[in-house]
Design a protein around this ligand. Sequence first.
Ligand SMILES: [Zn+2]
Length: 287
Amino acid sequence: MLWKGRRESTNFEDLTGSTGGGGGKKMIGGGIGVLIVIVVALLTGKDPSALMGQLQNVTSGTEEHVCETNESKNSEYMSFVRVTLASTEEVWKTEFEKMGQVYEPPILGAFCGKVSTACGQGAAAMGPFYCPADHKAYIDLAFYSELQNRFKAPGDFAMAYVIAHEVGHHVQNLLGISAKMEQQRQGLSEAEANKLSVRLELQADFLAGLWAHYAQTSQKIIEPGDIEEALNAANAIGDDNLQKQSQGYVVPDGFTHGTSEQRMYWFKKGFETGDINQGNTFAANAL
Ligand SMILES: [Zn+2]
């Protein structure tokens, strides 16, 4: 990704020094948290999202988290995150204008280990996540190396895809899609409610792909191999893959993010079309 020397977003907070507790609202998680949540959910038969709150305490209490202490590496990570965020701001500003709306960009908070949010305490083990209540995306900078080492999804564009996915959740929040889905989930069985969550996640992947489309066509920020890096990451953090890693088999009803194939499909669709109207993952025939 050709990110060096580009505009860095000011909608960024360095939270690497912050800790603390919070409320109990629902977060929309990234990849890694789901791994642990699903395992716990399978063991206990509970709704994965309901377990998020409990999980945070568990993980922050028992896991030793290594923060990046190298100053120059840290500031490079932060620059990268800010440039990617700025790129999403430009794309979504234009897309919202096309819809006759004004885009209000999210704040992105970079943390290390744990972080206090309007959605409760966030932990690195949950992976990057978006909190609809404070309109902020949170990302642990160590996730960059997690992608590379643990998920075998190296490359700066893999990380950019993850950021764009979280921004996608913000877009869903602004467009009222998240709230509508949360309403629809009420009264559904756990399996049915999970299916709706999958559709929301896949749409965030589609929106990340749509960002990549304009990052390439308008901003010329993409290098050869970048899209493969994103697809590789989408593949690596699909729920079926995470579950295989964690227990050796796949349990479809526990999915909350979609399979690797679905995640790649929707990212690609957004990337290839650049057309927001193609992103209805909630359509009956979408999955
Ligand atoms: Zn997500």
